[in-house]
Design a protein around this ligand. Structure first.
Ligand code: FAD
Length: 398
């Protein structure tokens, strides 16, 4: 009989898990608590490690239609505007890693996964279904769901994948209460139409502006039609940590950037004039994954932010969720092996890479936001080593 996997969560991780599982020949029942599939308006960078996997899933053309493929990553001083270093992307990334470096609107990435999921006869998507609890009995796992109309139902499957994000209930039940930590960093995000910007502010590169206790990243989306901006600074989060969408006073950010160079201030100041304004996203995280038992136990596995939320300083959170899903596909394809062993193998093959990316993301944050002697050392090293410092072969080849 065909095996059935239950998935909690329909974000980028949950949909990728659905595709991976269906590709392995499993029937999929995905439960998303929201009433519609949506992704907040912002971009993600996806390195060659992720683009390669999406291409292997047959999504090459779909990506070409909606993503941007920047030619260069530039690192600039937020204080002086000087270029500190640059990394060739474009054809160089393809030559080095077999795939391009892409930047994409989250909704577009989510949308192209959703398109494939909707076309698969093996994937059943259920909105308005909140996963409440799960219980393992013998070789089955049952989830208790509350539907949008208030009705409580139970569904049984052969495995459960918790892809229910940073505040994952599946994780809490599986591993016990492991609180997320307030990182003390705030992310402000904005998406602007490039044609609404003065010529001098338009750009098709990835540019990272580094300053003491802050940095700003800008990159194109939708084949250059849009410009994504993310500013991250140290600061205390608002009381409501669950919300991704806070209306914020642009003046807060502008005053945090008061010491920065004119071109960066011009860019930040233009946001309220041409776009919908800044949205605030308090960053939470957890310590890095400490072993495979934190990614799978018995018939339940965790994937994406539910397993390994990470700070955005390597731009790999969604990427690691997609890598997880590709590994899940390989593990679930072992049809003559016990399901618990398949999931154990998934966890064994993923936990160290996820932990390393979590660790390196955190370290990058310290380097990005350095002040004093560390900042001098960073800038000097970037000048001396250039691409060798900025490139990440261990990550993009993996
Ligand atoms: P989520 O997107 O959180 O999805 C979880 C889903 O589960 C949601 O739809 C939720 O409604 C649902 N859910 C929750 N609980 C339940 C329940 N009980 N029952 C049913 N459904 C439930 N990543 C990159 O790869 N590149 C980048 O450049 C990048 N930039 C970033 C910049 C910032 C500022 C931040 C904060 C993050 C960035 N990331 C980036 C990280 C990336 O956005 C996340 O890692 C990724 O989106 C996580 O996807 P997910 O599906 O695991 O979780």
């Amino acid at each position: 009989m065909q095996k059935q996997v239950l998935i909690a969560g329909g974000g980028i991780g949950g949909l990728a898990a659905a595709l991976g599982s269906a590709r392995a020949g499993w029937e999929v029942r995905l439960f998303e608590r929201a009433g519609a599939f949506t992704e907040v308006g912002a971009g993600v960078q996806i390195g060659p490690n992720v683009v390669r996997r999406l291409q292997a899933w047959g999504l090459h053309r779909a990506l070409l239609a909606v993503a941007s493929f920047p030619e260069r990553l530039r690192v600039r001083s937020a204080l002086t505007g000087a270029e500190l270093g640059a990394l060739r992307l474009g054809a160089t990334a393809v030559e080095r890693y077999g795939a391009a470096y892409a930047t994409i609107h989250r909704a577009d990435l989510h949308g192209l996964l959703l398109d494939v999921a909707r076309k698969s006869s093996l994937v059943h998507l259920n909105l308005d279904h909140q996963v409440e609890r799960h219980e393992e009995q013998g070789d089955a796992v049952t989830v208790r769901l509350v539907r949008g109309d208030g009705k409580v139902i139970e569904v049984e499957g052969d495995a459960l994948i918790g892809a229910d994000g940073l505040r994952s209930g599946t994780r809490t039940q599986l591993l016990g209460e492991a609180a997320t930590r307030v990182s003390g960093h705030l992310a402000y995000r904005a998406v602007l139409r490039q044609d609404a910007l003065p010529q001098a502010l338009r750009s098709n590169d990835v540019t990272v502006w580094l300053g003491p206790n802050l940095h700003v990243v800008q990159y194109p989306l939708r084949r250059g039609e849009l410009l994504n901006l993310v500013a991250i600074r140290h600061g205390q989060p608002p009381a409501d940590l669950d919300s991704w969408d806070h209306g914020v006073n642009a003046a807060d950010l502008e005053s945090a950037l008061a010491q920065t160079c004119t071109p960066l201030q011009d860019l930040v100041r233009v946001v309220p004039q041409v776009g919908e304004g800044w949205r605030l996203w308090p960053l939470l995280d957890r310590p890095p994954v400490a072993g495979p038992q934190e990614m799978a136990r018995g018939l339940v596995a965790l994937l994406g932010d539910a397993a390994h939320p990470m700070r955005p300083y390597l731009a790999q959170g969604a990427g690691m969720a997609i890598e997880d899903a590709v590994e899940l596909e390989k593990s679930l394809a072992m049809h003559d092996v016990d399901v618990a062993l398949c999931l154990r193998r998934y966890a064994l093959n993923r936990w160290q890479r996820n932990a390393r990316v979590q660790e390196r993301s955190r370290r990058n944050g310290q380097i990005f936001h350095a002040s004093g002697p560390l900042r001098w050392g960073r800038d000097a090293a970037m000048g001396l080593l250039g691409e060798r410092l900025l490139d990440q072969p261990w990550l993009y080849r993996g």
